[in-house]
Design a protein around this ligand. Structure first.
Ligand SMILES: N[C@@H](CCC(=O)N[C@@H](CS)C(=O)NCC(=O)O)C(=O)O
Length: 101
């Protein structure tokens, strides 16, 4: 499974949403707090993402972006392949359900 890294801060509703989405998928992630007094981490996030807001999410070296970007990838079915998750298969219809449609 690829490594997921989230640059975040202690108070950050968008970070919470991003983490919830990943947790729902059973994906583990490493969270790096850029407000913990370690300026190196802040610089690292700026250099890697060219963005100043949190969260900034990386799947291995792929820069996803923020929560909106993560949610959009998910809505278009592009997130699971990036995460190495098996494609979601719709259950086959029973004959009865098929007759209705
Ligand atoms: N559209 C962005 C919004 C991110 C955002 O606004 N994050 C807030 C914290 S929850 C932030 O970094 N605010 C500081 C700023 O705007 O400079 C996303 O979905 O990640």
């Amino acid at each position: 499974m690829p490594k997921v890294v989230i640059y975040s801060t202690a108070i950050c509703p968008y970070c919470v949403r991003a983490k919830q989405l990943l947790t729902r998928k059973g994906v583990e992630y490493e969270e790096l707090y850029i407000d913990g007094g370690d300026r190196k981490l802040m610089r690292e996030m700026l250099e890697r993402s060219q963005r100043r807001t949190v969260p900034q999410i990386f799947i291995d070296d792929y820069h996803v972006g923020g929560y909106d970007d993560l949610a959009e990838l998910n809505a278009f079915g592009k997130l699971d392949p990036l995460l190495g998750l098996a494609p979601h298969e719709e259950p086959e219809m029973t004959q009865e359900e098929d007759d209705i449609t």
